[in-house]
Design a binder for this molecule. Structure first.
Ligand code: GLC
Length: 462
């Protein structure tokens, strides 16, 4: 009897899970867009695949992580000097946009406000903003104009968390986090989250009203539970209704704690982490974007040495697309407004590869199941052109076996120079056993690895 009850309950839960994902479940729906309309709205993003994340704020001056205020429990008073000093005299957003574009990125997302609470935009609801620093200008306005001018789609990151607002209650991730219930109660005396909720809504409204069409909104983040915050603390349902109404085309990430709400989010955001396979919810593949750093910190971190090399970054991008996802790769500009030389180098190297291999990334996705990835390779597939891309992580010697590809391939070439690769019988003497079965194809590759970091074979499929 108990087992039956448990099974029944589990059944109900999973039915609810599925219902929550559909537009017809009105109670949990923020709007009534259909599944097909959603796919259409997200099309540009699904095709673009590669974007730039930009984390910039006062923390760039401390140059040791954007969480520095929390990590070192810096007081508002001590943090104030960075506000009074902030003057990025070399800030040239047109240059940033050119670098993003040259790297092959198609969209960009900038921190309009990070957890520290400092606003790069000219908000009328706070004094804690770029226009009141020595720099004196609306950075977001300059940034949006420059990025749009280069043909890049623009997005705003906005931190739901705020370590500066006097009415934001102290929680477990706050720089003043406490060690007991009593201490929290004492610290939060006189703090009124209603006021903060209104502030946050007003600011998101400004961001979605004063800067033209915004392609993407990246809200960060919820941490429900004891001394945490979730959807009710943000009034996230109402917030999201407003977002949808102000910018019906905007794409929104999934960190406002609205996972069960239809219209509460558009894509999921695994962070600093390679997924094993295309993320699914209730057995259904969902749109996803992984955000990653070059070196472990989002904000500029002068002494951080763990920079990924070009090959790691390219594999990250290729692997992401091979599982149907997007890559949002972060730059943390310096307090003078420049990208540091390591970021410049990484972007330039990726750009060199992307210039020749963008075709295996843009508009591509996971390969159809019938195509097995040959040894040491990653596959991507363009469903519109019906071409399959084989990324060679380890360059083979002469014979290259495509397992079970017989009858499926019309033509093979290298992507970087469009030079034909012969589909022929395996080459060699005294071959013991067979290196190719009846169902396989064999490619004859040149011995010398092409002069590109990761060579790509483009297959025109039947
Ligand atoms: C985390 C961090 C934050 C960073 C973000 C990027 O939520 O709090 O510093 O902005 O991830 O995904």
């Amino acid at each position: 009897m108990r087992t039956v009850l448990i099974i029944l309950c589990l059944g109900l839960f999973s039915i609810q899970g599925i219902l929550a994902q559909t537009p017809d479940n009105r109670e949990m729906a923020i709007w009534n867009e259909t599944e097909a309309e959603k796919t259409e709205r997200m099309k540009w993003w699904t095709e673009d695949r590669f974007g730039m994340f930009i984390h910039w704020g006062l923390y760039a001056q401390l140059a040791r992580h954007e969480w520095i205020k929390k990590n070192e429990r810096i007081s508002d008073e001590a943090y104030q000097k960075y506000f009074e000093l902030f003057d990025p005299d070399l800030f040239n957003p047109a240059e940033w946009a050119a670098k993003a574009k040259a790297a092959g990125m198609k969209y960009a997302v900038i921190t309009s406000k990070h957890h520290e609470g400092f606003c790069l935009f000219d908000s009328k609801y706070t004094d804690y903003k770029a226009t009141n620093t020595p720099y004196g200008k609306d950075i977001i306005k300059e940034w949006v104009d420059a990025f749009r001018a280069k043909g890049l789609k623009v997005g705003f990151y906005y931190s739901l968390i705020d370590w500066h607002h006097p009415h934001y209650s102290i929680d477990r991730v706050h720089p003043r986090s406490a060690s007991s219930e009593e201490e929290y109660a004492r610290l939060n005396e006189g703090r009124d989250m209603d006021i903060y909720r209104q502030y946050l809504k007003d600011q998101v409204r400004e961001l979605l009203t004063n800067y033209g069409k915004i392609d993407l909104l990246w809200l960060d983040y919820s941490f429900p539970g004891k001394f945490g915050k979730g959807r009710d603390d943000w009034d996230a349902v109402e917030l999201m209704k407003m977002v949808r109404q102000l910018q019906p085309d905007v794409l929104v990430n999934d960190r406002a704690d609205l996972k069960e709400y239809w219209g509460g989010w558009d894509f999921t955001t695994p962070e600093q982490f390679k997924v094993q396979s295309w993320p699914e919810i209730d057995g259904k593949k969902v749109p996803w974007e992984t955000c990653q750093t070059f070196s472990g910190s989002w904000g500029y971190y002068r002494d951080e040495q763990t920079w990924k090399d070009n090959r790691q970054l390219l594999v990250l991008l290729i692997e992401t697309v091979s599982k149907g996802g997007n890559l949002l790769l972060n730059v943390g500009p310096t307090a003078r407004g420049t990208f540091d030389s390591r970021a410049d180098k990484a972007l330039a190297e990726m750009g060199e590869w992307m210039k020749l291999h963008g075709r295996s990334i843009y508009g591509c996705t996971q390969a159809p199941e019938e195509f097995e990835a040959p040894e040491h390779t990653i596959l991507t597939y363009n469903p519109t052109t019906n071409r399959l891309y084989i990324h060679l992580l380890d360059y083979p010697i002469t014979n290259f076996r495509l397992p079970g590809y017989k009858g499926k391939v019309k033509y093979a070439q290298f992507l970087h120079d469009a030079s034909e690769i012969l589909i022929t019988a395996p080459y060699g003497h005294h071959m013991q056993g067979s290196i190719a079965t009846e169902a396989d194809l064999n490619l004859r590759l040149p011995v010398i690895k092409p002069n590109v970091e990761i060579p790509v074979i483009e297959l025109y499929l039947e």
